[in-house]
Design a protein around this ligand. Structure first.
Ligand code: ZN
Length: 406
């Protein structure tokens, strides 16, 4: 569906749809799977065939109209089977779909099965104070089909207003559903953006779907790739399928910790990048490219790389001012350290010093030194030794006052 063209309308709809989500969890979640336990058949003389009857969660018998997505309250159907014939219902459905299309510009996909339940107007229990609804029984995970509930008088309204509205809700929901919502280990719903490596927190996506469009995200990814190649001479190839999660920090800092804005984290052999939207869209920090370098180094070397060199390479894409004054001499105490200093000041020195050393290393030896370094470590040479022997030692001697340690 052409989401972009109908952005404003969809945003307006998404606000309305939020109410529906609430509603559906409070009322619509009664288990309709039980329906089919109560299913039975009876013969209808008019149609001259067996008709399947189910009971909904309120124990109201509904007739399934063969060959359609319609269920009609049995007492209505028995009163006038002709009115509720498949052709008649589908004719009205088609009209409402056309109206919804004219309003939204998206096509209601016939392959998408949204069942439509038609109830008698005085079925107070069914509707309570609600007139008609598009229900989803569980926002993201359900084997149940979404369904529309509609009152008889509204269904047969000649303008099809209510049915059109419900179809528009359904279309909106199905647009989102197509984007594939997952829930991460922190129970945060994320939408997988099709044909990308990106997962975007649902609330961010809902707020601005265009910002998180496939084209926009892939553009950012390609810019990051170019930046990486430009700065350290390594190609971020397509085999490095590290997923990228764009998420807000939550109140408890559960996702990022107190000081982190972006991470590349690895569990077993599977890595993922998590990044805050503010950092994702920041050109000062280039956090995406920074984390992608970590992912890339992990792809080639696993854990066999010194942390200082790892961060030194990753910070090549950061603005030099990010970590401190470039004219400062690197601090020997944190150079090529294999752990993050816990003190904030020391941590900044750690990033800055290693960034500084690696920058000068690449300047002196040329960008081709980085792939050379990778190959050397892949052959089993310790990463610090490889770095020092490939010109790192010279750079440290030149830039540090006290280099005896090396
Ligand atoms: Zn880093």
């Amino acid at each position: 569906m052409k989401l972009k063209n109908n952005l404003k309308k969809l945003i307006a709809l998404s606000l309305l749809s939020a109410n529906f989500t609430f509603f559906s969890t409070t009322i619509g979640s009664k288990n309709l799977n039980n329906n089919f336990a109560y299913a039975y058949s009876y013969s209808n003389l008019y149609l001259n065939q067996d008709i399947e009857v189910i009971r909904d969660c309120y124990n109201v018998p509904l007739v399934h109209i063969p060959g359609s997505l319609f269920y009609v309250e049995k007492k209505l159907f028995d009163r006038n089977p002709k009115l509720y014939s498949k052709n008649n219902l589908n004719k009205i459905f088609k009209k409402a779909k056309r109206k919804a299309y004219n309003k939204l510009g998206s096509t209601y996909n016939d392959n998408v099965e949204v069942e439509i339940y038609i109830y008698d107007d005085d079925n107070i229990e069914e509707f309570g104070n609600i007139l008609n609804s598009f229900f989803i029984s569980n926002e993201t995970y359900s084997d149940e089909l979404p369904y529309i509930k509609i009152k008889r008088s509204h269904f047969f309204d000649k303008n099809c207003t209510s049915l059109t509205d419900e179809i528009m809700y359904a279309m909106h929901y199905l647009c989102q559903e197509k984007s594939n919502v997952i829930v991460d280990c922190y129970n945060v719903p994320l939408i997988q953006i099709p044909d990308t490596l990106f997962y975007v927190e649902k609330k961010l996506f809902d707020r601005n779907p265009e910002l998180y469009s496939k084209d926009n995200l892939n553009k950012k990814l390609n810019e990051a790739k170019e930046k990486i190649y430009d700065k350290i001479g390594l190609a971020y190839n397509d085999d490095i399928n590290v997923p990228i999660y764009i998420q807000e920090d939550n109140d408890g800092n559960e996702i990022f910790g107190k000081t982190t804005n972006a991470t590349f984290c690895v569990s077993n052999t599977f890595g993922k990048i998590r990044i805050k939207p503010s950092r994702f869209f920041s050109s000062e920090y280039n956090s995406l490219a920074h984390e992608m370098i970590h992912a890339l180094l992990f792809y080639y070397l696993g854990d066999n790389i010194n942390l200082g060199i790892d961060e030194g390479l990753a910070t090549q894409v950061n603005d030099l001012d990010s970590w401190g004054d470039i004219d400062e001499l690197p601090e020997r105490s944190v150079l090529l350290s294999n752990f993050y200093p816990s003190d904030r000041e020391d941590r900044l020195k750690f990033y800055h010093s290693n960034q500084h050393i690696v920058l000068n290393w690449i300047k002196t030896e040329g960008k081709e030194v980085v792939p050379k370094f990778i190959r050397k470590v892949q052959r089993g040479v310790d990463s610090v030794k490889a770095f020092l022997s490939l010109g790192g030692k010279k750079v440290i001697k030149r830039l540090c006052l006290d280099v005896n340690r090396y």
